[in-house]
Ligand binder design. Structure first.
Ligand code: DC
Length: 343
């Protein structure tokens, strides 16, 4: 089931998003991306001073950290790494949560993390968990979920969780509920990327369901949509391939396994596709998949069948491959691009 693409999972604190996103990813055999962990990591690394940094400095500081999903043991799920080191329990503290919430309000920092998140979604199928996955980061995702639960239910779950960990510190259920309601208001009303369901998200109220019940709802919904898509939509696909020299392959390694190069190439390709479509007066959504296999780069584009879809997917893969070639030493490269037969 690895061709599933991106599944987005948004919702307020305390709905069980993390557990469910992780389980859903494991059931489907795809990666899990915890975007809250990225905000927590930058919150800890940059500290409260980030809020006072000039835009240029903040951007440069953010770019010093690169996020990757890496398989550390054979057969294990990929883990989120920052500059090559797995992100661990150090981000699960009250302080990290506070700093994350502070830096999450900074538009430049959000822009940088969102770019990194899109790049990760480019290179593999994943369940992306956060607050703005369906609305902002992956608006074209094939499957979107928004989990919610009544505040009193979330408060009770949080209370029991803290009690089990011996971390209640005298807090009452009422206090915890008030805290949850305050954080909800902050998340839903903040100026940049407020928490809200995407228009095409499936909203799941988890108040009266247990974990296994919600997981079943999510899996059924993914399967139903995949079947409908397969039945209804014929896709037009093109692929471009480019063999790399060892020197070129090293450039990819130095760019987070190619993810930064892929993100830039995808942007160029999308711009080229939009320009051709606009000139010819048609509209068509093209999706891209860029991969590095050993020393071969593969770019695949797909679009629903329609006027000019074949031209647009070909323009897309050729532009993306050319943009990658232009970023590599030597520059003269053989690019083979062709339409693919119907799946
Ligand atoms: O889900 P979490 O508690 O680990 O998130 C930490 C903080 O990051 C929280 O204040 C919300 C923020 N966040 C965000 O603004 N956008 C995301 N996509 C993920 C988290």
């Amino acid at each position: 089931m690895t061709d599933i693409g991106v599944i987005t999972m948004d919702g307020p604190a305390g709905v069980g998003k993390s557990t469910l996103a992780r389980r859903l990813a494991a059931e489907l055999g795809i990666a899990y991306l915890d975007t809250g962990a990225m905000y927590r990591t930058l919150g800890l690394r940059l500290g409260a001073a980030a809020a006072d940094m000039a835009e240029g400095e903040l951007r440069a500081r953010c770019r010093a950290y690169s996020f990757t999903l890496e398989v550390r043991e054979e057969g294990a799920s990929p883990v989120l790494c920052c500059n090559g080191t797995p992100i661990g329990a150090e981000i699960r503290t009250e302080k990290a949560g506070r700093l994350a919430s502070l830096v999450a309000r900074l538009p430049v920092l959000r822009e940088e993390l969102q770019r990194a998140q899109r790049a990760l979604g480019e290179s593999s199928s994943l369940v992306a968990e956060g607050r703005d996955m369906g609305t902002k980061v992956f608006p074209a995702a094939g499957h979107k979920f928004f989990l919610d639960a009544r505040p009193e239910v979330r408060a009770r779950r949080r209370y029991l969780e803290l009690e089990a960990r011996g971390e209640l510190n005298g807090a009452t259920l009422e206090e915890i509920q008030r805290g949850i309601e305050e954080r909800d208001a902050q998340d839903r009303n903040r100026a940049v990327d407020p928490l809200r369901p995407a228009e095409d998200a499936v909203i799941v109220d988890t108040s009266d369901l247990d974990l296994e019940g919600v997981l079943r709802v999510l899996l059924n919904s993914v399967e139903a949509r995949r079947t409908t898509l397969k039945e209804k939509v014929a896709l037009v696909r093109a692929r471009a391939q480019m063999a790399l020299s060892a020197e070129n392959a090293a450039v990819f390694q130095g760019n987070g396994g190619g993810q930064m190069l892929f993100a830039a190439a995808r942007e160029d390709a999308l711009a080229a596709v939009s320009a051709v479509a606009a000139r010819r007066g048609c509209s068509c959504r093209v999706s891209f998949d860029l991969r590095l296999h050993d020393e071969l780069v593969e770019v695949e584009a797909s679009a629903e069948e329609g006027p000019l879809a074949d031209v647009l997917v070909l323009v897309g893969v050729q532009t993306a491959a050319s943009a990658l070639a232009a970023a590599l030493p030597g520059r003269r490269m053989d690019i083979h691009a062709a339409l693919l037969p119907e799946a």
